[in-house]
Design a protein around this ligand. Structure first.
Ligand code: HEC
Length: 170
């Protein structure tokens, strides 16, 4: 009798606990929903602005290199620092996508949710670029215009490989 009543009260206490945590969950979801509405009107989070600036700089350096390689006498004095810049930026990409800066967070971004749902795939795409820009920098330092002309194709494919899976189609 004693055992039975204590087990009943334990069960009801447990039920009360489950109820309380459900209530907390519901409250948290409600809060998130209202934050999402606010976020669409809010300024772009610093992390998103930083990564978009970073990608713009990556694109600008890559354009400079490609433009130089189209000339008869590519200027290595411009290509070397641009290649170094690309290599540094490529290595920084993993830090540009903190949690809470994706499309599901109410943030205005061209990044797809797959960046966060497929971290291994994203890391592989970043590594592919970083490997390609390291080689790009080596070829630039060596002054190897022919090698660079060939290698920029691989760099470009590394950009596209990630954009295909992790960026909104442009
Ligand atoms: C590992 C994945 C990845 C790689 C590699 C990558 N990008 Fe991107 N890029 C993105 C994502 C994701 C965005 C969208 C960022 C956002 O809107 O928050 C983006 C955006 C951009 C943008 C638009 C920036 C803006 O908002 O104005 C440019 C330009 C760009 N990338 C150029 C490049 C170039 C050039 C390369 C190769 C040298 C490259 N990217 C390699 C993932 C990648």
């Amino acid at each position: 009798m004693t055992v039975q009543s204590s087990s009943v009260s334990w069960r009801s206490a447990r039920r009360a606990l489950v109820g309380a945590s459900l209530a907390l969950l519901v409250a948290a979801c409600g809060q998130q929903a209202s934050e999402e509405v606010a976020a669409s009107d809010a300024p772009v989070p610093a992390a998103v602005a930083e990564r978009q600036e970073g990608f713009k700089a990556l694109g600008a350096s890559f354009k400079l290199i490609n433009d130089q390689l189209k000339t008869d006498a590519p200027d290595m004095a411009q290509i070397v620092p641009a290649a170094e810049r690309m290599n540094v930026l490529a290595s920084q990409i993993p830090g540009w996508f903190p949690a809470g800066t994706g499309p599901d967070d109410g943030v205005k971004t061209d990044a797809l949710a797959t960046v966060w749902t497929d971290p291994d795939g994203f890391a592989a795409a970043q590594t592919r670029l970083a490997t390609a820009t390291t080689r790009l920098q080596e070829l630039a330092i060596a002054g190897d215009a022919a090698g660079l002309r060939e290698h920029v194709k691989m760099v470009g494919a590394s950009c596209g490989g990630c954009h295909d899976n992790f960026r909104v189609e442009q």
